[in-house]
Design a protein around this ligand. Structure first.
Ligand code: NDP
Ligand code: 2IT
Length: 449
């Protein structure tokens, strides 16, 4: 066994060297690969037969990059770059969102796609992992421009997606409106009525009840499981939720419904502290009209706006729900100093590895995004099921399943943390180990493909 272990660790080091050599500039991708490689040593001691799959797991099955030409309202031709990374299909069709943001690069899409493989495995559903997007700034496009952009994007994507091959959904900058437009053009190109090729659709096109709410609600359900392990709950807790987009606003709603108070929030233009509690409906209204959290704060006597991070606000629970790398070592130190109980990632990769080390040392419980924010993709998989069965389920039915899935995701990460690290509160290593086990078993069964 000891010898097998040395060989396996040697193999992990080889995989890591290959990842660095092949794509030396993809730092976000390196970060998530490294975290998984660091977690799975103990799994390979128990399952040396899975050592072989690690190299294949770190290389996407397929990377699609394409030009997205479109004509703006002034008649000028614009060009963006689109991506779809089909990372792993061992468990099912590639599944994962599309992100429209100026910061989208192949590195960003590979980082998100790799995380998605493990997240989707953790849900227990039969979905592989993928991610896509384009380097476009949705804030700069009129509705007409966005529709033409989505149509151009969908024309290129059409040859690659389908209800049994690759099923994209939304992510930052892509909501039901964009998914509707992408689906419309996709169906026109392929000549089929195939709403099951996308999830996160508008309700009129078969979008699942509660899909918009699912990521935010699921993050709070997961947080409740984390707090229960500490004999705590959200009732009376002070919670900072960063971001004020899809995930953040529904997380805030669920925090408040659970008896908590949202004492801080943010967007790309700044942060707000409001000790008496953010009024989420008022914030939503300001954001819907294109305003900022600072515009919201101006109308509220107890709220203070600033340029800094929301995570310096004194809180019991922190839910980063905006974007990657929001919590660095400084924010983590502030959370520790303020006696924060738990951090759960509603966003993908908001806590940097250095910040995670600070949180761990400071005794702050941590819920990694691949587990904590799995509710969105889980309800996407329920939307696929509804499309396949030509059914529509009620919000109550979906919510019950979402809550059960988040409880299972938490249990899988906790149990694997206990088994492989001797620590049931190590959800980071536990989530990586549990996700890896499920994908590795499927990949091994499929042979070398
Ligand atoms: P949205 O585009 O709806 O919202 C993103 C929010 O983050 C906006 O409020 C935006 O500000 C804010 N933001 C963007 N960049 C920064 C920054 N650098 N600093 C502070 N705030 C910033 O996206 P979603 O809510 O859909 O996604 C948020 C996160 O959750 C992402 O990491 C995404 O990958 C992840 N996620 C999303 C899922 C989904 O179902 N949508 C599922 C699982 C994870 P502004 O309002 O000013 O634009
Ligand atoms: O990061 C994510 O899990 C998502 N953006 C949702 C993916 C999906 O297919 O619903």
């Amino acid at each position: 066994m000891a010898r097998a272990q040395d060989d396996d660790l040697g193999r992990l080091r080889e995989v890591w060297r290959d990842v660095l050599r092949r794509d030396p500039d993809q730092e976000l991708f390196h970060g998530v690969v490294r975290a998984v490689l660091e977690s799975i040593g103990p799994v390979l001691v128990e399952h040396p037969e899975y050592a072989e799959v690690v190299g294949r797991l770190c290389e996407p099955e397929r990377v699609i990059a394409f030009r997205v030409p479109w004509v703006d309202d002034a008649g000028t031709v614009q060009v963006n770059r689109g991506f779809r990374v089909e990372f792993n299909s061992a468990l099912g069709p590639y599944k994962g969102g599309l992100r429209f943001a100026p910061s989208v690069t192949l590195d960003v899409v590979k980082f998100l796609g790799f995380e998605q493989v493990f997240k989707n495995a953790l849900t227990g559903q039969d979905i592989g992992g993928g991610k896509g997007g384009a380097d476009v700034d949705p804030k700069q496009l009129s509705p007409g421009e966005m529709m033409r952009f989505c149509q151009s994007f969908a024309t290129e994507l059409a040859g690659h997606v389908g209800s049994s091959t690759d099923v994209p959904a939304g992510d930052m900058g892509v909501g039901p409106r964009e998914i509707g437009w992408i689906l419309g053009q996709y169906q026109r190109v392929v000549g089929l009525h195939e709403p099951g090729a996308f999830t996160g659709k508008p309700a009129a096109l078969g979008g699942s009840a509660l899909r918009p709410e699912a990521t935010g609600y699921g993050t709070v359900y997961f947080t409740q499981r984390m707090l229960a392990e500490q004999d705590r709950d959200l009732d009376g807790a002070r919670v900072v939720v960063s971001g004020s987009g899809n995930v953040a606003l529904f997380a805030m709603d669920k925090v408040i419904a659970s008896g908590g108070t949202v004492v801080g929030c943010s967007d790309s233009r700044g942060a707000v502290a409001e000790p008496d509690g953010v009024d989420v409906d008022a914030l939503r209204e300001v954001k819907d009209q294109g305003g900022s959290v600072a515009d919201y704060a101006e109308k509220r006597s107890g709220a203070t706006a600033g340029d800094g991070s929301p995570f310096t606000v004194d809180c019991d629970v922190a839910l980063p729900c905006a974007t990657q790398n929001e919590i660095g070592p400084d924010e983590a130190r502030a959370l520790v100093a303020n006696g924060c109980w738990a951090v759960a990632e509603g966003a993908n990769g908001p806590v940097t590895p250095e910040a995670l080390a600070v949180l761990r040392k400071g005794g702050v419980a941590f819920g990694p995004g691949k587990a904590a924010n799995a509710g969105g993709v889980a309800v996407s998989a329920l939307e696929m099921q509804q499309a396949a069965g030509r059914e529509r389920w009620s919000a109550e039915v979906v919510d019950e399943q979402l809550a059960a899935i988040m409880t299972d995701v938490h249990a899988r990460a906790r149990d694997a943390g206990e088994r492989y690290c001797g620590d049931p509160s190590d959800l980071e290593n536990g989530a990586n180990a549990a996700g890896f086990l499920r994908v590795a078993e499927a990949m091994t069964s499929l042979g070398v493909v």
